[in-house]
Ligand binder design. Structure first.
Ligand SMILES: Cc1cc2nc3c(=O)[nH]c(=O)nc-3n(C[C@H](O)[C@H](O)[C@H](O)COP(=O)(O)O)c2cc1C
Length: 175
């Protein structure tokens, strides 16, 4: 079955980037795709900081990337770029790990000022890992989310944009 891997790059437990992935997961499930999920919080901080790419803690992640046809990467914008934790996780991947995979980048940010963070910061790193099929991506600002008791939900305008991009990803990964 076609697999899609969801990667959350936020170090925050209750996260808008995670809400983007939760919404994506529902769309992918409705399309009948198999989904795997990971977060930078699942890896030992020391392994990430020291780039211990040979650590056993990364083996399931590297295997999940290899097995995925599509990958959705979601990150908060930190200092006009993507999160350092996500960079540390991407750093341990083998060269060309993303070759042949369809990628959908997602970002949440405090303001519109860093709208180009996906294009200027995240896409070059995805590209150097071999990704050639990268969707335009979805950039969301904090006021496009509603706070709930358990986390965040997406406002309708954001739902529309994300669903459109999800549709592109689904069309790319379907056999
Ligand atoms: C350390 C830190 C740095 C941030 N830097 C930026 C920034 O440069 N530009 C911006 O628009 N928002 C910035 N923000 C706001 C976050 O990107 C924004 O609140 C995002 O939606 C948080 O995502 P999360 O809830 O998934 O962690 C920063 C937040 C933190 C905690």
């Amino acid at each position: 079955m076609t697999r899609v891997l969801l990667i959350n790059g936020s170090p925050t437990a209750i996260s808008r980037s995670a809400a983007l992935l939760d919404h994506s997961r529902r769309g992918l499930e409705a399309a009948g795709l198999e989904i795997h999920h990971t977060s930078i919080l699942e890896f030992p901080a020391e392994d990430l900081v020291q780039a211990r790419y040979a650590s056993e803690s990364f083996a399931p992640f590297v295997a999940a990337v290899a097995a995925a046809s599509g990958i959705i990467v979601s990150t908060p914008v930190y200092k006009a770029s993507f999160s350092g934790g996500l960079k540390a996780l991407l750093d341990i991947l083998p060269q060309d790990a993303l070759l042949g995979k369809a990628i959908l980048p997602l970002a949440s940010a405090g303001t519109i000022s860093h709208l180009l963070a996906i294009d200027y910061a995240l896409k070059p790193v995805l590209s150097v890992l071999g990704a050639r099929d990268i969707e335009q991506g979805v950039f969301a600002v904090d006021d496009q989310f509603e706070k709930t008791e358990s986390g965040y939900t997406l406002k309708p305008e954001l739902v529309d944009r994300l669903d459109r991009n999800l549709g592109y990803l689904i069309s790319r990964v379907r056999p």
